[in-house]
Design a protein around this ligand. Structure first.
Ligand code: FAD
Length: 490
């Protein structure tokens, strides 16, 4: 068995593991990240994909969480500009909450955001264009802004930056045994033995299973499943919707992958992580929300894709809707000895600040006083920042590669930002984009994902490195999966 040693072994390559790996590697710590499946293969690719303060958390009085999230929204707009886009949300006044309450909530949201680069909220009149899609019509609404993000690629790029600063990344490698050995933990990770001074358990919903490997009893975790469905575009326009529901929950309807709308989410308590799976009741709940808002809404057969994720919430009793989205961080160990940190909960939005706090403690434990620099460094690909720079980059690259389709180049820039340039150099050397699999996916990009982005299975490419799977037929996806296996790419 292969042997390695490190300061930190991070268990789980979701957004929190990736964030901690990046922060620690940038401070010069020796880091290994292990992931039993794909990067962002679990919750971190199954979110609503919002970098947001969480308007509805204001109702629960979670002002600290909302303020921290809104500050992080600004930071991520800067360092991950190629992966986020400003998104306007329309909140129709449909009576579940009084109009004054919505107005007051949005005013507070704007105040907590401070000096934001996003526009402030405002009241919309009945003749506002997007409101014309509502059936039955509504007489008033509010609009506010948050950021939309490609969650899986945010996780990937965070980890790529960690790797660029020395972190070793082991996908498809589960942590399976842990034993204490002097000032180290001896861990079996896939086919490798790792001697680590500290282990960081960021296994998300599987946190208790990882704790059990060292004989520690389960912490009280409340698993709540959230399901999203993807349907063909309900109407034109770039606005998203926040639809209030009779049970006081909200359902988001967000433009997605060009021709689709993403609709979610639900809240269903789960007995264990293995029970994760979209239910008929969840589909019905989401389709009903669409029908109430837009009249003749899609039916079950129109659902093009669905995915479910789990929140391992801190269990304070009460309903899933009101359970805390804060995180809990626990550090054990004596200085000079071995350390163990476990983290429960959190949000995509706050992963960077969570990582900063975690690595402050881990670095102090390991005797390092290096400071956090993650808020000031761009993620790989973010050099082509806002929409203007992105279209300029696409134009420049199209001039440099006249033999390649400018439409394909623009799509790649939307996904890979400034990393599109080396991808195209490689494609040009291979004689072009290669085989066209449909849905905007070409051989050159698939090979790039395998070579530089740890894609191992066809699904990693179809649903996480890209979202091309949504626009492909089942037959096209099968053809791609067969090609992937035949070429032994992963
Ligand atoms: C439905 C839903 C919608 C959400 N929407 C938003 C949103 O819009 N905005 C927002 O900010 N947040 C959102 N969140 C929260 C956010 O998605 C999560 O907080 C975040 O993704 C959690 O990341 P994580 O790294 O802790 O966990 P995960 O992404 O679950 O990663 C844990 C990883 O550990 C791995 N693992 C488990 N056991 C082992 C082992 N033994 N060895 C190696 N690896 C192991 C797993 O395979 C997994 O990849 C949402 C959550 C849900 C469920």
């Amino acid at each position: 068995m292969h042997r390695e040693s490190c300061d930190l072994l991070i268990v789980g390559a979701g957004i929190n593991g990736a964030g901690i790996a990046r922060d620690a590697a940038l401070r010069g710590l020796d880091v290994i990240v292990c992931e039993r499946g794909d990067i962002a293969g679990a919750t971190s690719s199954a979110s609503t994909k919002l970098i947001h303060g969480g308007l509805r958390y204001l109702e629960q009085g979670a002002f600290g969480l909302v303020r921290e999230s809104l500050q992080e929204r600004e930071t991520l707009a800067r360092i991950a500009a190629h992966l986020v886009r400003p998104q306007r949300f329309v909140v129709p006044h449909t009576g579940e909450r009084p109009a004054w309450m919505l107005a007051a909530g949005l005013l507070l949201y704007d105040l907590l955001a401070g000096r934001s680069t996003l526009p402030r909220s405002r009241r919309l009149r009945a003749d506002f264009p997007s409101l014309q899609h509502m059936q039955p019509p509504v007489s008033a609404a509010h609009a506010y802004y948050d950021l939309w993000v490609d969650d899986a690629r945010l996780t990937l790029c965070t980890l790529l930056d960690a790797q660029a600063h020395g972190a070793r990344v082991l996908p498809q490698s589960a942590l399976s045994t842990v034993t204490a050995e002097g000032a180290h933990w001896r861990c079996t990770v896939g086919q490798t033995t790792v001697l680590a001074r500290c282990v960081v358990n960021v296994a998300g919903p599987w946190m208790n299973a990882v704790e059990a490997l060292r004989g520690v009893a389960a912490a009280p975790v409340r698993l709540v499943q959230g399901t999203h469905i993807v349907v063909p575009r309900l109407h034109a326009g770039d606005d998203a919707w926040l639809l209030q529901q009779p049970d006081r929950r909200v359902v988001f309807v967000i433009p997605f992958a060009g021709d689709f709308h993403l609709v979610g989410t639900t809240e269903t308590d789960l007995p264990s992580p293995e029970a994760l799976s979209a239910t008929a009741a969840e589909r019905r709940y989401l389709l009903d929300a669409l029908r109430r808002a837009f009249g003749g809404a899609p039916v079950e057969n129109d659902i093009r894709w669905e995915f479910s994720g789990m929140r391992p919430l801190i269990d304070g009793g009460g309903s899933a809707r009101t359970a805390s989205r804060e995180y809990r961080m626990r550090m054990e160990g004596e200085r000079g000895g071995r350390g163990w940190m476990s983290i429960q909960g959190g949000k995509l939005t706050t992963h960077r600040s969570l990582a900063e706090r975690a690595v402050d403690r881990l670095a102090a434990f390991l005797g390092s006083n290096a400071r956090c620099v993650t808020a000031d460094r761009l993620l790989p690909g973010a050099e082509a920042a806002g929409p203007t720079q992105r279209s300029e980059l696409a134009r420049t690259l199209a001039q440099r590669h006249p033999a390649l389709s400018s439409g394909w180049i623009a799509t790649l820039v939307g996904r890979h930002g400034s990393e599109t340039s080396p991808l195209l150099e490689q494609a040009a050397r291979a004689g072009g984009p290669g085989r066209d699999f449909g849905g905007g996916l070409f051989e050159a990009e698939a090979r790039w994902c395998a070579q530089y982005e740890w894609a191992y299975n066809a699904d990693d490419v179809l649903w996480r490195r890209t979202k091309c799977g949504v626009g492909m037929s089942a037959a096209q996806r099968d053809t791609f999966a067969r090609w992937w296996v035949d070429q032994r790419i992963g």
